[in-house]
Ligand binder design. Structure first.
Ligand code: ATP
Length: 300
């Protein structure tokens, strides 16, 4: 970086539209519409939205997973409008070589990462796998140290190194998935529902661990959650997606104190325990509320 130049954002999107192409009997589906968003280096941005609002689709595009074909099924989302730039790489039409460099610097904790850890590998092999996938000849002694450091950094005892995923609790599996996502020391972590499937009793501990690691390792992070309590613990700002559209952006207080969209107003009212939030006060023919707003925001 040149002295005086503005820092390169961890990612930025400009009028980004992401679409699933037609497949089988299904037509094309636009999952993210005209999104303009920026994550500064070292910042933690929370992404909030109800199921189907486009959060994971955005995560798959920004992490590069959409283009490597790893996870998320056969139908890959495509950028059909605007641009997304991640760590300085333009994602639209990104070539394989650049994608490989990009994914080295971007950790992706996929929504199902903890539940889909390879069942036949030990924890040590699981954390080492991304390294060996890139370089089969990586020095084994160095790798052993790296793996032990990663496992220790997610506050797991080294005795887990020889265990298989089925021998661990959900919370421990999530920590292993996190260690694996951070193994290259990425500058950006994209964590999709990091507490999904984790027992309520240890959920806060997993979120707090994420916050501690972010501060220790100084990475930027996009943390996706439909649970506001999770985002309150880690995020500097939040972005709210509704049906693929950005409907709120700012600190949690800024977003909910001055809701600019009926969906956010509904969430804000639900947070305040306003019974009117379920009635016509926020009715707007343009928007379709299939669910109770409070359902997606947990303050427990
Ligand atoms: N492979 C696919 N083909 C077509 N449409 C898809 C595909 N995957 C997701 N979608 C659609 O894109 C929209 C956004 O899905 P996405 O998974 O990004 O939402 P989300 O906010 O992450 O939801 P959740 O919290 O349930 O994971 C949904 O309407 C979904 O049905």
């Amino acid at each position: 970086m040149t002295r005086g130049a503005a820092p390169i954002p961890a990612f930025s999107t400009s009028d980004l539209t992401i679409e699933y192409p037609p497949h089988g009997a299904s037509g094309a589906f636009v999952a993210v519409h005209g999104l303009t968003l920026r994550l500064e280096p070292g910042e933690v941005l929370g992404l909030l939205g109800q199921s189907g609002s486009g959060k994971s689709t955005l995560a798959r595009v920004l992490s590069g997973a959409a283009f490597t074909g790893r996870g998320g099924g056969d139908v890959r989302p495509q950028i059909t409008g605007g641009e997304a730039t991640v760590q300085g790489y333009r994602m639209r039409g990104i070539r394989r070589r650049k994608l490989s460099r990009l994914t080295f610097g971007v950790g992706h904790l996929a929504q199902d990462a903890a539940a889909t850890l390879p069942s036949t590998l030990t924890v040590a092999e699981i954390v080492a796998e991304p390294v060996l996938d890139r370089d089969r000849r990586y020095d084994r002694a160095e790798l052993e140290t790296l793996v032990a450091t990663m496992v220790d950094s997610v506050r797991l005892p080294l005795t887990v190194l020889t265990k298989f995923p089925y021998e661990l609790s959900n919370g421990q599996r999530q920590r292993v998935a996190l260690a694996r996502a951070l193994v290259f020391g990425p500058a950006l972590l994209i964590a999709d529902e990091p507490t999904a499937g984790v027992d309520a009793t240890v959920r806060d501990a997993v979120v707090d661990l994420l916050g501690e690691l972010q501060r220790e390792r100084a990475f930027s992070a996009l943390v996706i959650s439909s649970d506001l309590n999770v985002l309150r613990r880690v995020a500097d700002r939040i972005a709210v997606l509704h049906q693929g559209i950005l409907v709120g952006l700012g600190t949690i207080d800024e977003v909910f104190d001055d809701p600019r969209h009926p969906y956010v107003a509904g969430l804000a009212a639900a947070l305040l325990g306003d019974p009117a939030s379920d009635e016509d006060e926020n009715d707007d023919d343009e928007y379709d509320y299939e669910s109770e707003p409070g359902e997606h925001v947990s303050e427990n």
